[in-house]
Design a protein around this ligand. Sequence first.
Ligand code: SAM
Ligand code: SF4
Length: 352
Amino acid sequence: MTLVEMGIPAVRSKPPSLAGRPDTPYLVDRFGRTARDLRISITEKCSLRCTYCMPAEGLPAIPQDELLTVEEIVRLVALAVRELGVREVRFTGGEPLLRRELERIIAGCHERVPGVPLSMTTNGVGLAHRAHGLAAAGLSRLNISLDTVDRLGFARLTRRDRLDSVFAGIRAARDAGLAPIKINAVLMRDTLAGAPDLLRWCLDEGCELRFIEEMPLDADHEWARANMVTAAELLAVLGTRFALTEVGRSDPAAPAEKWLIDGGPPTVGIIATVTRKFCDACDRTRLTADGMLRSCLFSDQEFDVRQALRTGADDDEIATIWRGAMWNKWAGHGIDAEDFVPPERTMGAIGG
Ligand code: SAM
Ligand code: SF4
């Protein structure tokens, strides 16, 4: 199997150029943005197989010795916070709960950078028996992905019959004090009609729901602009059951635009990555499970910090690679361009 078939870019970028970069420790780019929000994927493995993300057989396994270790992750998080101005860290995957050392990773980061919010995006499967331990380790917040509350629809979409486990995970997380829980739902044609039921369920359970437009990051390469469900279509469907009043973004870097539901106070969010893109305000920097820095979901430019760590680079050298990676960040994702080509890594291999 080739690297490209594994969803891993074949060409690793050369050391990034710092030409023209101002003298600042922060992760600035050429378009006036500063990255403050670090997303770290900690595994490519997953307990589900969402059709918009993974192939039915799952992603090829990353060899154990290519995964960043707990110690390497903790060191990079501490460096990002102390040297580069990162203010929030989110663990993702694949499914982060499938990394046995998750609690150790969170506890290690919590100890090194106390006070920095540590959050996680999870599908919630198997969360029920780990929620208390994660909260005790120092996890601050949780986003749980749930696209439909219809059992058959869930099984079709995720290729697994695990809806009850997700429900149990959400309730356990709330009991463990990890509220308010945000629910992420990717918009798909098959599940669109169930969107009002999902919103009703979230309101009843005290969860904040945010819908996400499907992006061209699926392993099966079936995404098509003409087929994707847009934010506008979703609003029309939700509008048949709820009165929605637009309130905009809570802060300019927040990806979700919000609507009050039936006069509020509860809100529903929409992350319209494709039809109302917000690249101008993007504040993300990303690290893959195998230790590659990425400045954008959609750019295959990757910078190898695993190799740097393992060949003895000190914190200053790693900080320089990281600053260079972000200085060279693109202006935007380019999905609407005629010559748009999806990145070689798919969502599950980057970390959403
Ligand atoms: N397994 C965890 C989960 O599902 O929450 C974390 C990893 S998953 C890749 C992170 C987020 O990316 C999830 O909310 C998921 O719904 C979203 N996602 C996956 N593929 C996507 C796509 N093609 N377009 C938009 N969002 C996607
Ligand atoms: Fe797994 Fe999350 Fe991708 Fe679904 S979206 S297949 S749960 S990584």
